[in-house]
Design a protein around this ligand. Structure first.
Ligand code: G3P
Ligand code: MG
Length: 245
């Protein structure tokens, strides 16, 4: 089997409500070997898994995560917006995901959503949760806030970090190396063969997002990407199996 890591983006979010336990479990069932999720922090300092800073889009309720108590967040329905079939799904905590993932072999790509809300102290809390379960070796912490990645690296040199970016960076492998990051997590249209080649030569992995088209998946695999982030881990699984066949 090809060793490219198949990251289910927000879980198998092409099939289930994003960032819910059912989406993470479905990801594993559909062939994911990694999970990407978004970490935000409540008013009382709990780490919760939701993409937006507000609960509006995925729960239909109002409020910013940073202004809501974790008890209020945990009562919300994060499944009905997607389909009634998923009514009652909750916004998970990071602890809940890690407790489940500890019994799997999944790689964890924890995206810290601290590029809009600063979420002071989030890095320490995430690292403590990862260390408490001995998951350091199969965790990558990513963020669009690269200062936060530097903070993570200072606290936990043993945990890999990945720089998220959307625009074209010049020589991103050098930039990653300069801030001690082990991976590029670029918007996939910025990826070209020479970038992956240089990054691989520098020992920097390439894990682009978010790719749902099998042809594009194949191109990125051929370039030498270490991982691919997709809403459809089943599609990527099929592509990866056909590479071997
Ligand atoms: O981690 C890759 C990707 O999730 C970054 O963008 O907005 O989907 O969190 P977004
Ligand atoms: Mg994300």
């Amino acid at each position: 089997m090809n060793s490219v890591i198949n990251y289910a983006h927000r879980g198998a979010s092409g099939h289930c409500p994003e960032n819910t336990m059912v989406a993470f479990r479905r990801g594993l069932e559909l062939g994911a070997t990694g999970i990407e999720t978004d970490v935000q922090m409540s008013k009382d300092g709990a780490l919760v898994l939701i993409h937006d800073e507000s609960v509006q889009r995925t729960t239909g309720q109002h409020g910013e995560i940073s202004q809501l108590h974790s008890d209020e967040i945990r009562r919300l329905d994060a499944g009905s917006w997607y389909s009634q079939e998923f009514a009652g799904e909750r916004i998970p905590t990071l602890d809940e995901l890690l407790d489940w993932a500890a019994s799997t072999e999944l790689t964890l790509n924890l995206e810290l959503k601290n590029n809009i809300e600063p979420y002071t102290g989030m890095e320490e809390k995430v690292i403590e949760a990862v260390r408490a379960r001995g998951l350091e070796e199969r965790t990558i912490i990513s963020s669009f806030n690269h200062y936060s990645l530097v903070t993570c690296k200072r606290i936990a040199p043993e945990i890999r970090t990945g720089i998220l970016y959307v625009e074209n960076l010049v020589d991103p492998w050098n930039y990653a190396r300069n801030i001690g990051a082990e991976a590029l997590h670029p918007y996939h249209l910025t990826m070209e063969s020479f970038i992956v080649r240089h990054a691989n030569a520098a020992g920097i992995m390439s894990n682009p997002f978010t790719i749902n088209d099998p042809e594009r998946m194949q191109q990125l695999i051929d370039m030498g990407c270490a991982g691919i982030i997709t809403d459809y881990p089943d599609r990527l699984d099929e592509v990866l199996r056909s590479v071997v066949a």
